[in-house]
Design a binder for this molecule. Structure first.
Ligand SMILES: Nc1ncnc2c1ncn2[C@@H]1O[C@H](COP(=O)(O)OP(=O)(O)OP(=O)(O)O)[C@@H](O)[C@H]1O
Length: 258
């Protein structure tokens, strides 16, 4: 069932057309990757879905609701969540406290005002940490966690907002190959079991081909191919777009799909 519908998005910066008539959909539970060479327009499209950038024309619908001109905050309330980079996690706070902060912010108007801050949403936070395999580390400061574990906490923080659509910008940047596969396997299984659509940008082709259900390829602002990882890997136009870097489309040894 379709969750996100993007139709005819267009954006130019001066003379540069960064996105040209971009249309695609994301279904509930589906992992969709946006790829393309440097400057292809990935961030531009991603930010028009997230609300950080307004399109010149085109439309973004979530669950049939037109959010084209909604602020990032309004989109968040409408079910568009986003994972944030490690810098925005409070490293001195414990894993549980970080997730509690996200829950407090989600429920801020209504509940728990008589509960001491330390206990507020503690159970909910531990439950979310359990979903990402981090319940045991609930009371450890994030600064003491391995990088891959911080990424799991970030995923739990994003899930605290109960997103229908999760936007992940380069989710595995800076991670070791085995950690990348584990994080993306976890994301895919949570997305499938909770019916969350995931839209992600990624430079690592092992992550893309191993974990996306579908891939769209941008070149100079336009979608030149859309399909399953196998279809994309074989597509002559895609291979030409990556010319000079065609090894990028081949799986690297020992780090392929889990
Ligand atoms: N704020 C801006 N002002 C001017 N030009 C911009 C701006 N943002 C993007 N562009 C241009 O739009 C085009 C698409 O950029 P975008 O960042 O979306 O590509 P990308 O695929 O995300 O690239 P990368 O993989 O290098 O991050 C590029 O030519 C870029 O220089």
């Amino acid at each position: 069932m379709t969750l996100l519908t993007v139709t005819g998005l267009h954006k130019s910066f001066g003379g540069v057309v960064a996105a040209r008539d971009v249309s695609f959909t994301v279904a509930r539970g589906e992992m969709l990757a946006i790829i393309g060479p440097n400057g292809a327009g990935k961030s531009t499209v991603f930010n028009m879905v997230g609300g950080q950038l307004g399109p010149d024309r085109g439309q973004v619908l979530i669950d049939g609701q037109d959010i084209t001109h909604a602020s990032p905050q309004a989109r968040f309330r409408g079910g568009v969540g986003r994972t944030f980079q490690v810098a925005q996690t409070f490293l001195s706070m414990s894993a549980a406290e970080n997730v509690q902060m996200a829950l407090i912010s989600r429920f801020r108007q209504s509940r728990g005002l008589w509960t001491p801050a330390r206990e507020r949403h503690r159970a909910g936070a531990v439950d979310l940490l359990a979903q990402v395999g981090m319940a045991e580390a609930a009371d450890m400061p994030c600064s003491a966690l391995a990088y891959g574990d911080v990424k799991r906490v970030e995923l739990a923080i994003a899930l605290a907002g109960q997103p229908k659509l999760l936007l992940m910008d380069e989710p595995t940047a800076g991670m070791a190959p085995q950690e990348r596969a584990a994080l993306m396997d976890l994301t895919a299984s949570i997305a499938a079991s909770q019916g969350i659509g995931v839209l992600f940008t990624e430079h690592d082709m092992d992550v893309v081909f191993g974990h996306a259900a579908r891939v769209i390829v941008l070149l100079r602002g336009q979608i030149i191919a859309a399909g399953t990882p196998d279809e994309i890997r074989q597509d002559p136009q895609v291979r030409r777009a990556y010319l000079g870097d065609s090894h990028a489309l081949e799986p690297s040894q020992g780090t392929g799909p889990a």
